[in-house]
Design a protein around this ligand. Structure first.
Ligand SMILES: Nc1ncnc2c1ncn2[C@@H]1O[C@H](COP(=O)(O)OP(=O)(O)O)[C@@H](O)[C@H]1O
Ligand SMILES: [Mg+2]
Length: 360
């Protein structure tokens, strides 16, 4: 987080929005600090765009209030919110040059000509498009267009920037490159940023905190690491990271049973009887001969799949339950991996033995 002077906190208070009988948003409250980068993450239809459009003012909320700093903006129209916006589909003016596109918000704000030239140059430099000003918007690649859209969003130095899946039209390599660049851009600008994606890896890569939405409800708001290590329920555990979810029974306060095998956890179990064990693919290990102090899971290897940087090993634990164990492709870990058809024992450290309620 940087330069709080360049940013404003956002307070979303009890916001709901219905379309007929569909609750696009159901009583969502969220406090975003000045200068923070918060990502709205969730599957398609979970309400991400609806919430972003409520912040931009394009959609009227049904219930609740939105504050930017001390100002209640609930009824303020979009053009008076002074927000930088970036969408998935660039939305550049095709008949204009790059510079004209970027200058658009400044012209709309009646900024003096000389100042506009200076600001456009600054913004194009920021997105690494120096010298592209005179190009036609239609003469650019997808990645370049999205940079122009970014430059246009930040050229008037908004205190709040909203982005809705801005990278999802780009190919994987460019997308991953732009994720890091956007993160750096955020550090430079310091504006409070709300970013929408359905890609959990993108959310973990970019955000100070991630807000997970499902069916219009805010399920969990946490830092990336906490989201990954301590999902609040089976939905978050399944959506973030690669895991197998297995129903288990409570044994006592710190352990559960899976097919009669007792598994200890290093944290206290959640309340309720509907408990799910979250087995992260990379936390499973082939059990060392001397393994003690870990949970042991006997099984049979179904399949070993080479996938480039990692190898996935599918192990059937019994009763049709198959877990996936994933390891990096290096000599050391390859040598330790079992082969297809083999009986094996996997180990899971109590600290990596995550148990969540089926739902909250
Ligand atoms: N204009 C609309 N009319 C009717 N239903 C809508 C409208 N916009 C969104 N919805 C519904 O609201 C829910 C949330 O949509 P949306 O916010 O676009 O989700 P996301 O961006 O997470 O994919 C979905 O069920 C969607 O079908
Ligand atoms: Mg959307």
């Amino acid at each position: 987080m940087a330069a709080a002077a360049q940013s404003l906190p956002i307070s979303i208070r009890g916001v709901s929005k219905h379309y007929g009988s569909v609750a696009a948003l159901d009583n969502v409250s969220l406090e975003i600090a000045a200068g923070e980068f918060v990502t709205l993450l969730g599957p398609s239809g979970s309400g991400k765009t609806t919430l972003l459009n409520i912040l931009s003012g394009f959609i009227r909320l049904g219930q609740g209030e939105v504050f930017f700093g001390d100002e209640n903006v609930t009824l303020v129209p979009p053009h008076k919110r002074n927000i930088g916006l970036v969408f998935q589909n660039y939305a550049l003016f095709p008949h204009m040059t790059v510079a004209e596109n970027v200058a658009f918000p400044l012209n709309a704000r009646k900024v003096p000509k000389a100042k506009i030239v200076e600001r456009v140059k600054w913004a194009l430099n920021l997105v690494k498009l120096d010298g592209f000003g005179e190009r036609g918007a239609h003469q650019l690649s997808g990645g370049q267009r999205q940079r122009v859209a970014l430059a246009r969003a930040v050229v008037f130095e908004p205190k709040i920037i909203l982005m809705d899946e801005p990278l999802s039209a780009l190919d994987k390599q460019l997308r991953e490159h732009m994720q890091i660049e956007l993160r750096h851009l955020h550090e430079t600008l310091g504006a409070t940023t709300v970013y929408v994606t359905h890609d959990q890896r993108e959310a973990l890569t970019m955000s100070d905190r991630v807000a997970v939405l499902n069916h219009g409800r805010l399920i969990q708001l946490d830092k990336p690491r906490a989201l990954y290590d301590s999902p609040v329920d089976a939905f978050v555990a399944d959506f973030v990271g690669e895991s197998t979810l297995l129903p288990v029974r409570r044994h006592d306060n710190e352990s559960v049973t899976l097919n009669g095998t007792r598994l200890r956890t290093s944290r206290s179990l959640p309340p309720g009887d509907d408990l799910i064990l979250v087995v992260r693919a990379e936390k499973l290990l082939p059990a060392a001969r001397s393994a003690s102090n870990v949970n042991l899971l006997p099984g049979r290897v179904r399949e070993v799949v080479f996938q480039g940087e990692s190898v996935a090993v599918f192990v059937e634990l019994g009763q049709g339950q198959t877990v996936v164990m994933r390891h990096p492709t290096n000599q050391e870990s390859l040598a330790a991996l079992p082969t297809a058809g083999q009986e094996t024992t996997l180990s899971l450290h109590p600290e990596s033995t995550i148990v969540v309620p089926a739902s909250r």
